[in-house]
Design a protein around this ligand. Structure first.
Ligand code: GTP
Ligand code: MG
Length: 380
């Protein structure tokens, strides 16, 4: 609530304690509107232009791989404004026939395993081979830590200067579902712009690798020798998502250890489920720092793509992924409608308290909340 003594330029914050007296001295000072005509604020003026561009301008710009328009299209996708999202959907609809022609590779592994360094080295190698490479990262925690994004920018320094490479860090904030939806759409836009290899980095510490697995053709798990499975947080389930294990940092004193780890994992893999029908997941070694083993891992990926295309598992997986995507969006929308509905918001705290005080059963509470939501629907 703004206080009565609010004036045009400053007012009390919403979180001011109820009974605070004059000793509560914090005021919010209103920002100054940027002067858009003079283009003093780049972001606002960019947004302003974004709104003014026609759908056909976006579509043409992306298809011509105009990097500025490509970046603006992605900004539309990532925006939380309804207006921007509607525009983004119009653009995507036009671009859809031009999408799908890339090799989509997910790269996961614990923090520090060398994912970004690998992407830099592999990316440069792919550019030499004539590919166009887009790099996306999925990090739902980035809005809090900001750490890995900063790190990635410096670690992909050479790659980021290449004209046939486009790097886009994770959209910040929001739920993993929301971040993933945006990244999926960004991936499609990059494909329409002619990028034929999409590399998606995610930190392998939780749910995000399952999300990335559901977006890519090939899933690579980057590991380091000698850290111990426990330390690496690698669960059997994560290994079972992978199409290849890559033991990185096989250089200097570490090379022997990496080879031992490779043999250990190769044995273990015999007893695990395969991520992809008809494909045997194997362990490999590389050094992202020196480049040793990088062409070899790319050959593994090429072999995988050609084999799964032949067996039509490639198409089947992509179709399944589309379905997964659609229902994921439905679930996200339903959940946000539920939690944002005014009646649910009005009652949810009271119901929570009743559960905590053992006044009602959890099942009753769930019914109550769903009924409140239903009532709201009927009144509409
Ligand atoms: N010796 C050696 N060091 C490496 C290699 N690859 C990466 N490193 C180093 O390991 C550290 C972490 O590398 P990153 O590429 O940032 O690792 P990451 O997995 O992307 O880390 P997060 O993004 O923080 O999860 C850096 O200091 C790299 O220089 C390698 O092949 N050999
Ligand atoms: Mg990284």
């Amino acid at each position: 609530m703004k206080s009565k003594d609010e004036n045009k330029n400053n007012y009390d914050p919403d979180w001011k304690p109820k009974n605070a007296g004059s000793e509560f001295a914090i005021k919010i000072v209103k920002g100054v509107e940027p002067n858009m005509n003079k283009g003093q604020n780049k972001i606002t003026s960019l947004n302003n232009k974004t709104i003014n561009l026609e759908t056909s301008d976006f579509v043409k710009g992306v298809l011509n791989n105009d990097r500025t328009i490509l970046a603006r299209t992605i900004t539309l996708i990532e925006s939380n404004s309804k207006k921007h999202n509607e525009k983004a959907q119009e653009v995507l609809k036009e671009l859809l026939p031009k999408t799908g022609n890339s090799i989509r590779v997910g790269i996961t592994g614990v923090p520090g395993a060398g994912k970004s360094t690998l992407i830099e080295t592999l990316g440069l190698y792919l550019l030499e081979q004539g590919h166009k490479v887009a790099v996306l990262t999925i990090d739902p925690s980035s809005s809090v830590t900001k750490g890995s994004i900063l790190g990635d920018k410096t670690r992909m320094e050479k790659l980021s200067r290449e004209k046939n490479c486009f790097i886009r860090p994770s959209p910040s904030g929001g739920t993993l579902g929301g971040v993933a939806r945006k990244s999926r759409e960004t991936m499609l836009v990059c494909e329409a712009a002619g990028y034929d290899v999409i590399l998606i980095e995610t930190v392998g510490v939780g749910q995000s690798e399952i999300t990335v697995r559901s977006m890519v053709d090939f899933f690579l798990l980057v590991m380091i020798a000698g850290a111990g499975d426990e330390l690496q947080g690698i669960k059997k389930g994560v290994i079972e998502l992978a199409d290849a294990l890559l033991i990185n940092k096989a250089d200097g004193d570490n090379e022997t250890k990496a080879n031992i780890a490779k043999a250990d994992y190769s044995n273990a893999l015999h007893y695990l489920m395969r991520a992809t029908e008809g494909w045997e997941t194997r362990a490999h070694t590389c050094s992202a720092l020196t480049g040793v083993g990088i062409p070899e891992i790319w050959n593994v990926i090429i072999k995988f793509i050609s084999l799964t295309k032949k067996s039509s598992f490639f198409d089947k997986r992509r179709k399944d992924q589309s379905l997964h995507w659609v229902f994921g969006m439905v679930e996200d929308k339903l959940l946000s409608n539920f939690y944002n509905s005014p009646d649910v918001q009005k009652n949810i705290n009271e119901i929570k308290n009743k559960i905590l005080n053992s006044e009602i059963l959890p099942t009753t509470a769930a019914d109550m909340l769903l009924n409140i939501y239903d009532d709201l629907k009927e009144n509409k």
